[in-house]
Design a protein around this ligand. Structure first.
Ligand code: ARG
Length: 270
């Protein structure tokens, strides 16, 4: 009888070990990156201070807050960092097609995106404002003042949703690249561009004669406020690793420092 019990319990234990193995096997996300010795991060470099291009020694380089954070994550994994710069609207499909391992692009974790990708914990919080041409600062104080006016928003972003719902009487101008919209704003072709406060502040600080933030009130729903890193749905081990790194950088104050570093980089290179 005793023998049977011992045998039974060892079978059960072995089963448990096997089950443990198979659940590990299902997620090789960290191992895969370590085997190829490179973390590939997708971004859309039209979003200073999160990501923007600079020219260093005659070479174009993508820098910013998201890139500094990406480097920390790559270091934590013990691998090199490779950046893939593309337009914001194609990032999620690039991730699903395994062209990139993570998205760091000032992306908020909307319920719709949560159906397609997994998100880390948040590393920045935003709200939305209307960026206007400095000349028109006093002109667009209310939602009603934008009736029939052309208002820009980047394609496939929360700004597109906010523009179409909250400025329903305006004429939405949706483009895939944010810097083309802000250039058109400066040229007087648009009345405003809906952007996040961190981005708007950056424009106003860098180009105080060209841009201003309008008084018109926009509402940012909670689900549009938190900027997170996106990973493939099944890459749970990778998300866990990313979260550990974010928590560490939050606790030791480095996350805030990285943001300031990115702002300084932008000020030097504008
Ligand atoms: N935070 C907004 C969103 O997630 C806009 C992000 C745009 N990012 C960029 N790199 N252009 O929809």
């Amino acid at each position: 009888m005793k023998r049977v019990l011992v045998l039974l319990s060892s079978i059960l234990m072995f089963g448990g070990v096997l089950a443990g193995c198979s659940s590990n096997k299902a997620d090789n996300s960290v191992k895969t990156i370590q085997n190829k010795k490179t973390l590939v991060v997708g971004t859309a470099a039209d979003y200073a201070p999160f990501e923007f291009p600079i020219v260093q020694n005659g070479q174009k380089k993508i820098v910013g807050y998201d890139l500094l954070l990406s480097k920390k994550i790559a270091d934590n994994l013990g691998v090199k960092l490779k950046i893939v710069n593309t337009e914001f609207p194609s990032l999620i499909s690039e991730l699903q097609d395994k062209k990139i391992d993570l998205i760091l692009a000032g992306m908020v974790s909307t319920p719709q995106r949560k159906k397609a990708v997994a998100f880390s914990k948040s590393y920045y919080t935003v709200k939305n404002v209307l960026l206007v041409n400095k000349k028109n600062q006093a002109r667009y104080n209310t939602v009603a003042s934008l009736k029939g006016q052309s208002v820009g928003a980047q394609q496939s972003t929360t700004q597109e949703t906010i523009t179409k719902s909250q400025l329903a009487d305006a004429n939405p101008v949706v483009e895939s690249n944010l810097t083309s919209l802000t250039t058109e704003l400066k040229q007087g072709k648009l009345a405003g561009v809906v952007v996040e406060n961190a981005i708007a502040d950056n424009y106003v600080k860098s180009y105080p004669h060209d841009y201003a933030i309008a008084k018109v009130k926009l509402t940012t729903p909670k689900s549009f406020r938190y900027i997170n890193i996106a990973a493939r749905k099944n890459d749970k081990a990778l998300v866990k690793r990313v979260n550990t790194e974010i928590t560490k950088l939050q606790k030791n104050g480095q996350l805030k420092e990285l943001f300031k570093q990115a702002q300084a980089l932008q000020a030097e290179n504008k």
